[in-house]
Design a protein around this ligand. Structure first.
Ligand code: MG
Length: 174
């Protein structure tokens, strides 16, 4: 059986902060502000993976209120999410994503982002797509006040999908 999941994230940009997207440090006068390393692309991918597995969301697994996650590399969270979905028997089919940032242009960093994400998820780079868009100068992302990311993930699991209702003993994230 196959399941699709969607993920979205946004982080504020401020002068003098570091900009990390897809695990790549991007040279930029403005960087992201957030509780972890604020990697919006990896956060969106995490939510897509968890969503496809019906396994909650990033805030549920890694609460911002927990000091363990202060400044943590999002790649570490991604690897933990791989463990969560694999425990449920899921394999990753593919991930597609879009990063929305006005500047700098991300085209030259896309391959390295894909390589890093594929490495952390233990799959081939051909299963990871990263696309980059600007926002034509419109709204917060267009005015360099924010970076946004969207992602979709497909997960596969062998066996029949019997479409039964969850039983009481099933683990159900709500
Ligand atoms: Mg985030």
């Amino acid at each position: 059986m196959t399941r699709a999941g969607i993920g979205y994230d946004i982080h504020r940009l401020e002068n003098g902060e570091t900009l990390i997207l897809g695990g790549v440090t991007i040279p930029s006068p403005r960087g992201t502000v957030g509780h972890s390393d604020a990697d919006a692309l990896i956060h969106a991918i995490i939510d897509a993976l968890l969503g496809a597995a019906s396994a909650g969301d990033i805030g549920e697994h890694f609460p911002p209120s927990d000091p363990e996650y202060r400044g943590i590399a999002s790649r570490e969270l991604l690897r933990r999410v791989l463990h969560i979905i694999r425990e449920q028997g899921w394999e990753i089919g593919n991930i597609d994503s879009v990063v929305i940032l006005q500047e700098p242009r991300l085209q030259s960093h896309r391959y390295e982002m894909r390589r890093i994400i594929a490495e952390d998820l233990c799959i081939g780079i051909d299963r990871i797509s990263v696309k980059a868009k600007t926002k034509e100068g419109l709204d917060a992302a267009g005015q360099m006040r924010a970076v946004e990311a969207h992602a979709i993930a497909l997960l596969d699991k062998s066996g029949d999908d019997d479409r039964r209702q969850p039983h009481e003993e099933d683990t159900v994230w709500v």
